[in-house]
Design a protein around this ligand. Structure first.
Ligand SMILES: [Mg+2]
Length: 302
């Protein structure tokens, strides 16, 4: 009896600080200078002109306003009244990205496999892009799960499911087509501020909304207090901190408000986060090629 108590006390003191490492994908697991982000930006503007009939001269200002007010341009376009198919949007925007710029990253792969934690992806991107990018980086088997656009914005049998105040409402899946009279002019809205007009809300759930982060944590059954969140976006870091996550800003050497740690490159994660270094010796013993599942299941001695 006494020994059992002793054992349970030992186990408690050895409990690691985190249960899960939660990673953003784009510009976090590969560097911003890979050129994908710039190509995505250009493809979104092309989509707005070619598929939604938006004037080319307006796309720069519109994408800036939509991105800053709605988290993603896609979310903003839906909010202001454009209707289009998400699959078509993503295949246009991601279909012709310079994926050849993403090279296998064995350094990151070994780092991830050496960390005996549950590791998940949490991205605003769609599933096709996420899997393709992870494959190009040689990281497809380093994660136990992916929370992506489709996870937070599920469509079943042609019906978009939206969570409204705890209950689920269904809307027909949007089909590409214009209803110009119903489009909210967001450029005009910010050029001529009118306190009586409110920005329309979006049916899309995405970072940096706290609701999106909370929903992602709920779906993956994660406690924010025991989750370490890696992200390149400062506003996503700030939102993550507000919902209680431990946060690591990637791509910057200096911390910002809301970031517990900061690192220039994801390759520096052990240098930047002391708690991850402490698991290294144990991890070397349990993580060898092909047994990453074992690493996940084995208890961590920090
Ligand atoms: Mg990112």
């Amino acid at each position: 009896m006494e020994m059992e108590n002793e054992k349970s006390i030992t186990q408690q003191t050895q409990r690691p600080k985190y249960d899960c490492l939660l990673f953003d994908l784009d510009d976090t697991l590969y560097p911003l200078n890979s050129g994908l982000a710039n190509a995505v930006h250009q493809n979104i503007k092309d989509y707005m002109v070619e598929k939604l009939g938006i004037e080319p001269s307006k796309t720069d200002e519109m994408t800036n306003l939509l991105y800053s007010n709605y988290g993603t341009t896609l979310s903003g376009l839906r909010a202001i009244g454009y209707e289009f198919d998400y699959g078509e949007y993503y295949s246009f925007v991601h279909g012709r990205l310079p994926y050849e710029n993403l090279k296998p990253d064995p350094v990151l792969r070994n780092l991830l496999l050496s960390l005996p934690y549950k590791k998940l992806i949490f991205t605003n991107s769609d599933k096709v892009h996420t899997i393709k990018a992870l494959r190009k980086l040689g990281l497809e088997d380093c994660f136990e799960g992916i929370t992506c656009f489709e996870t937070l914005n599920p469509i079943h049998n042609g019906t978009e499911i939206t969570e409204v105040a705890g209950s689920k409402a269904t809307n027909p899946t949007p089909k590409t087509g214009l209803k110009c009279s119903e489009i909210f002019d967001i450029i005009e809205h910010f050029a001529q501020p009118d306190p009586t007009t409110v920005l329309p809300s979006s049916p899309v759930i995405c970072k940096p909304s706290e609701h999106a982060i909370e929903l992602a944590l709920k779906i993956a059954n994660l406690n924010p207090k025991r989750t370490l969140f890696f992200e390149d976006s400062v506003r996503n870091i700030e939102a993550g901190k507000r919902v209680g996550l431990h946060t690591v800003l990637v791509g910057k050497s200096h911390r910002v408000k809301g970031a517990d740690y900061a690192m220039e490159s994801i390759h520096n994660l052990k240098e930047a986060v002391p708690e991850l270094r402490e698991t290294e010796i144990k991890a070397q013993v349990i993580a060898y090629p092909g047994t990453e599942k074992l690493a996940m299941e084995t208890s961590v001695v920090a």
